[in-house]
Design a protein around this ligand. Structure first.
Ligand SMILES: Nc1ncnc2c1ncn2[C@@H]1O[C@H](COP(=O)(O)OP(=O)(O)OP(=O)(O)O)[C@@H](O)[C@H]1O
Length: 234
């Protein structure tokens, strides 16, 4: 199976920092779902930022969906990002806009026609169980519902790859489980999914690969049960 993400000996440092990722090599296959774990500061968000071209690596090669990111020029980044949906811990919603407008945003940016936007936004809200909430402000929704709005926005343009950075960090366990189930459902219909998470208890029974980072380095792959014993996730 071809890879959707390929990291070859990737290192990254921010201005003034030491290496926050160091010599990282891994792949995510097309259609695969995997979790990215590791303690706070291990480099999980940085890895996701490199995939989405929010940062450029200091060393090494990154290929996303067959495209070597070193060859993607600044002006081409918006088009590149259209293949990727991103979900954030703090939802990143616009609270002065309706749920509909939040989810529609990626389509508006792409210049998609009005009727098409309506159809696609409703399909995305249906997929996350929020049909009927189009007109409300996200501020009136629960945390779990707000995160589902964030997920609807991330998938509305049918990305091939979904990245999520600690998507259940602000949710109670039941809502967190529902959010993970949504990712599973998108994966089942072919979307590649990479989720950075501290929620080891939540993912340990799920049948997905775990990519584990410690101080910017990949460690030998372990089962989540074992990681729970060796790392304090609070
Ligand atoms: N813009 C930045 N400038 C300088 N250092 C940064 C920047 N962003 C992150 N870092 C540092 O890089 C290291 C890795 O951070 P990163 O956010 O990738 O870790 P993480 O595993 O996602 O942590 P968490 O689980 O707490 O979100 C940390 O030491 C952090 O302080």
């Amino acid at each position: 199976m071809p890879d959707i993400i390929h990291f070859h000996r990737v290192s990254h440092r921010y201005e003034g920092s030491g290496d926050v990722l160091s010599d990282v090599t891994f792949t995510l296959a097309k259609g695969e779902m995997a979790f990215l774990t590791g303690p706070s500061g291990a480099g999980k968000s940085t890895l996701l930022k490199l995939v989405a071209l929010l940062e450029r690596p200091s060393r090494g090669q990154i290929v996303v969906n067959g495209q070597n990111l070193a060859g993607v020029r600044r002006g081409q980044i918006p088009a590149f990002r259209q293949q990727i949906g991103v979900v954030f811990q703090n939802f990143n919603l616009l609270y002065d806009r309706s749920v509909f407008d939040n989810v529609a945003l990626p389509l508006v940016i792409r210049g998609i026609g009005h009727d098409d936007i309506g159809r696609r936004v409703r399909a995305a809200l249906d997929a996350v169980g929020l049909l009927g909430k189009e007109k409300v402000s996200p501020i009136t929704l629960s945390g779990g519902e707000q995160q589902r709005v964030g997920i609807a926005r991330a998938i509305v343009a049918k990305p091939q790859l979904l990245l999520a950075d600690e998507p259940t960090g602000n949710l109670d366990p039941e809502m967190a489980r529902e959010v993970m189930q949504l990712f599973q459902r998108f994966n089942e219909v072919g979307v590649s999914v990479l989720v950075a998470t501290h929620a080891v208890g939540l993912i340990k029974k799920l049948p997905y690969r775990v990519i584990h980072l410690e101080r910017g380095q990949l460690t030998t792959r372990q089962s989540p049960e074992l990681m729970e014993k060796t790392v304090d996730f609070g």
